[in-house]
Design a protein around this ligand. Structure first.
Ligand SMILES: Nc1nc2c(ncn2[C@@H]2O[C@H](COP(=O)(O)OP(=O)(O)OP(=O)(O)O)[C@@H](O)[C@H]2O)c(=O)[nH]1
Length: 375
């Protein structure tokens, strides 16, 4: 006979173990995790994520006896819900502590009752503790209890466990590491791509800037070396030609005759147009390797590399002829005088002066003619 009472928030189980033929008398508190009244579903509670259970219980009057803690797990693979004898007995017998601490029972120390395995005739694979569908919890007197009166005080039963299993933590850490690695790779990739795009656009900017600078440099060079009115080289521009070492170099000064009268009669603007047309006419009728420079006013210098004095003379005569027969604006009649020279063993200045002197002679001799300066 047994009674269960509550006192100061503690449960007291008073048991009278009597002598009988039954070999394994016991007295127990049994807590059901399923509702017997409702439609039975075979659904208990899953305690598999817990690692320990703390049982604060003790004998009040008979201290030298053991207690049995037991869980009853139902598994439909080998048990029947309506036959509690087929629910697996997983338990342990322990000697309750005298100290105020609860008795800690690691769940892994719970064993399947060997008599139950033998009785159920189950395959060995089912002889392992299971906590996935616990239907009942039992706290009872231990083995070999002698007849007499026993009072068991139960203060609490607490299950504890890790919120995550070791495997879950490991899986989480591996996933975190993998995500970080993927994230880092992705970040690196997009950063590199961004850098590449930036570098490309910087390179493009630099290329365009360079192009602009080249254009500007050419413009500045042109401004510095070309005559703005006719587009012919100026004195500075033609200077560089003389620094090149050429074996045969001839030059000719070309000066429009009586140009002042053109200005006087038709005005300065017409004079400018005539000068532009004059430079164009000469350029169009000499070799592309020749260089035309405006020496000043209406005076031009044509530099002819790799040209003998004879060839330069012939060219001058041809140009003179073309000029005199050209159709100029306002039907202006135009002629020009030429002073031709071939470079000898002399400085460029002396060489130019000889050609200039020949031009002067052509003017003196009556204009519209070619005069050669012999070295
Ligand atoms: N329209 C125009 N006239 C210029 C320019 N540069 C010089 N002249 C003119 O060219 C004329 C040159 O006159 P001159 O040196 O007397 O020579 P010319 O009248 O050609 O006579 P000769 O050379 O002796 O045959 C001057 O009237 C200058 O004003 C220019 O850029 N534009």
């Amino acid at each position: 006979m047994a009674t269960l009472t509550e006192e100061d928030g503690k449960w007291l189980l008073t048991c009278h173990i009597v002598a009988s033929d039954y070999n394994w008398p016991f007295c127990e508190i049994s807590i059901n995790f399923f509702n017997e009244q409702e439609q039975p579903t075979g659904q208990g509670i899953d305690l598999s994520s817990f690692t320990s259970v703390y049982v604060k219980a003790r004998y009040i009057n008979q201290e030298h006896n053991s207690l049995r803690f037991q869980l009853r797990n139902f598994n439909p693979l080998y048990g029947q819900f309506d036959d509690q004898g087929t629910w697996k007995y997983v338990g342990i017998e322990f000697w309750p502590q005298r100290s105020p601490q609860a008795n800690e029972i690691p769940l892994k120390s719970l064993q399947v009752a060997s008599w139950w395995i033998a009785e159920q005739k189950l395959p060995i694979k089912y002889a392992v503790p299971e906590f996935t569908n616990v239907m009942m919890l039992e706290l009872s007197t231990g083995n070999n209890i002698q007849p007499g009166q026993y009072v068991i005080e139960l203060e609490h039963i607490k299950f504890t466990g890790k919120y995550f299993t070791n495997n879950q933590v490991l899986l989480f850490l591996i996933s975190l590491w993998a995500c970080s690695a993927v994230g880092f790779l992705f970040f690196n990739l997009s950063w590199s791509r961004k850098q590449l795009i930036e570098t490309k656009s910087k390179a493009e900017e630099l290329r365009q800037l360079n192009q602009l600078l080249n254009v500007k440099t050419k413009e500045l060079k042109d401004q510095a070396e070309r005559d703005p009115l006719t587009g012919a080289l100026n004195r500075a521009g033609i200077k560089t030609i003389f620094t090149k070492e050429l074996e045969v170099l001839s030059v000719m000064f070309i000066d429009i005759d009586y140009f002042k009268s053109v200005n006087d009669r038709y005005g300065h603007t017409v004079g400018d147009e005539v000068l532009k047309a004059f430079a164009k006419l000469i350029s169009n009728n000499c070799r592309f390797t020749d260089f035309l420079a405006r020496w000043g006013g209406e005076e031009f210098l044509l530099v002819c590399p790799n040209t003998s004095l004879k060839d330069a003379y012939d060219l001058a005569q041809a140009l003179r002829n073309i000029i005199s027969h050209h159709q100029w604006i306002q039907d202006i009649q135009l002629t020009a005088s030429f002073g031709v020279a071939q470079q000898g063993d002399e400085s460029p200045t002396a060489f130019i002066e000889r050609a200039d002197k020949a031009l002067y002679d052509a003017k003196v001799r009556g204009r519209n003619q070619v005069v050669i300066s012999e070295y």
